[in-house]
Design a protein around this ligand. Structure first.
Ligand code: MG
Length: 311
């Protein structure tokens, strides 16, 4: 928090993994700094608290997530109310070509092999479960004010189109580039300017075929869990996010299996009975986060003892 509000910096890149970024982000906002949001969990868990503060302190919340940067770039010049639909692209993660029955036995090292992007461990596991895309649906909802019926996911294995928007007249705009996180980070810091770089230009011929397919919700239940939590709103996205963070940590520690991740998240979300559901306070969100983590640990403990399943 001290670093986040330090000195005369104009913008803070919130490059922290997980909901741990929430309090530092709030500190930076209150210090009047623009936020380059490289920490989606903050907005997903804390949206109902973060967004009013962004408004109150008159700071900018600029996406550094590649998909949201793409949407944000496409939106430049689009009039208010011009946006009809968001189409998030997803690489499909480490297991996109693996048959569903093989998912039960995948190992941590397999899940950490992302086909296109070089990222940290937690987000790479989130990519393999497609929870990352589910979380990005909630992130898009908060960033762009689009309802969940108008945010779609499409699998695009090449990760060249970083996301698209459909306008009211059905025109579709996309942002393209090599999969390289430097670009969304640069734009978050240079916005609205465009800074010259000597990075490799996109070569469409070299990029080759761009393909698209429907996401498989049977194989990847995390997407539906995220839509449901987003629609429930309030502190439910915080619970989803915290349960996911804890479940991924247990998977990385080889305490639970890959397919346990969505099961345990669903069980915890089912048990969450929020109060102040329509407008949770920061305390409600922190408490929901703490509760969800302890529920996951308790469920995993039972699982280790072989007693019962998660429900
Ligand atoms: Mg992303």
């Amino acid at each position: 928090m001290e670093v986040a509000r330090y000195g005369n910096s104009e913008a803070v890149v919130t490059g922290i993994v997980g909901c741990a970024g929430l309090l530092p982000t709030l500190a930076a906002i209150k210090a009047g700094k623009d936020i380059a949001l490289a920490n989606k969990e903050t907005l997903i868990a804390g949206g109902p608290v973060v967004l009013p503060l962004v408004k109150e302190y008159g700071v900018k919340l600029l996406p550094a997530d590649s998909e949201h940067s793409a949407i944000f770039q496409c939106l430049q010049g689009v009039p208010q109310d011009g946006l009809r639909r968001i189409i998030l692209t997803a690489s499909g993660g480490a297991f996109r070509d693996l048959p569903v029955e093989k998912l039960a036995t995948v190992k941590v090292a397999d899940a950490l092999k992302h086909p296109n992007w070089s990222m940290g461990q937690k987000i790479t596991i989130d990519s393999a479960t497609l929870m990352n895309k589910g979380l990005e649906v909630i992130e898009a909802h908060y960033l762009f004010g689009v309802d969940y019926d108008h945010i779609d996911i499409v699998i695009h294995p090449q990760s060249i189109i970083h996301s698209l928007i459909e306008l009211q007249d059905t025109s579709v705009l996309a942002q393209l580039g090599w999969p390289d996180m430097r670009l969304p980070l640069l734009y978050a810091l240079s916005y609205p300017e465009r800074i010259y770089t000597d990075w490799q230009s996109l070569d469409l011929v070299k990029a080759g075929d761009l393909t698209f397919r429907e996401p498989d919700h049977q194989k990847y239940p995390c997407m539906q869990l995220a839509y449901a939590a987003g629609r429930a709103g309030g502190s439910m996205p915080a619970v989803l996010n915290a349960a996911n963070e804890q479940a991924v940590a247990l998977f990385l520690a080889e305490k639970i299996q890959f397919l346990d991740i969505p099961k345990v998240i669903e069980a915890v979300c089912d048990r969450h009975h929020p109060h102040n559901q329509s407008s949770p306070t920061l305390e409600d969100i922190i408490e929901a986060d703490r509760w969800a983590r302890s529920e996951v640990l308790a469920a995993a403990e039972k699982r280790v003892q072989g007693a019962i399943a998660y429900s």
